[in-house]
Design a protein around this ligand. Structure first.
Ligand SMILES: C[S@@+](CC[C@H](N)C(=O)[O-])C[C@H]1O[C@@H](n2cnc3c(N)ncnc32)[C@H](O)[C@@H]1O
Length: 151
């Protein structure tokens, strides 16, 4: 199992991803220290369809200000910040890849969403444990997990 975890982490780790995002933002004329989900929109949704797919998926679940969403495989947290920013809900994100979580925490701070978006390193294989520990009764995931990694 440890070997598979390392394989997934190696696949998704992007060395220097925060610096690359900052460089792209600067090129687009944004201040990388002072961000919002709008300024990050073209960079932070790491799935096919980008923000449009996040928006479509969010519309399929009834998220309100009172919701608590668990985003499993949250990457750098783009969909999590979108939900918190758009609906005012609380989102807990977990992802297997430490560098993505570390990057996501910095971006969340800079978006001033750290009171509603909490990102942690974890695996979807612990989902049952997470539900018990968090007190949630169910969760909605916007994540696209690697095929074959749900055993
Ligand atoms: C395509 S990215 C999607 C990231 C994010 N959901 C988004 O849409 O921006 C898939 C993510 O799933 C994570 N992942 C893969 N297997 C996982 C597992 N078993 N538990 C938690 N995260 C996992 C990877 O580290 C990667 O960040």
């Amino acid at each position: 199992m440890a070997e598979r975890t390392e394989d997934v982490q190696a696949h998704w780790t992007r060395p220097g991803v925060l610096a690359r995002i900052e460089a792209a933002l600067t090129e687009l004329g944004h201040d990388p220290q002072n961000l919002s989900p709008e300024t990050l929109a073209t960079l932070e949704h790491l799935h096919s369809g980008g923000l449009a797919t996040t928006r479509h998926q969010a519309n399929r679940i009834a998220v309100t200000e009172d919701s608590r969403v668990l985003d499993v495989g949250c990457g750098i947290g783009g969909p999590a910040r979108y939900l918190a920013h758009t609906y005012g809900c609380r989102v807990d994100g977990i992802d297997l890849t430490p560098e993505l979580i570390e990057t996501g925490r910095v971006l969340t701070e800079r978006c001033k969403l750290a009171d509603r978006v909490v990102l942690q390193v974890g695996t979807c294989l612990q989902s049952r444990w997470i539900l018990r520990a968090s007190g949630l009764k169910s969760f909605a995931s916007l994540s696209l997990i690697s095929p074959g990694w749900q055993s």
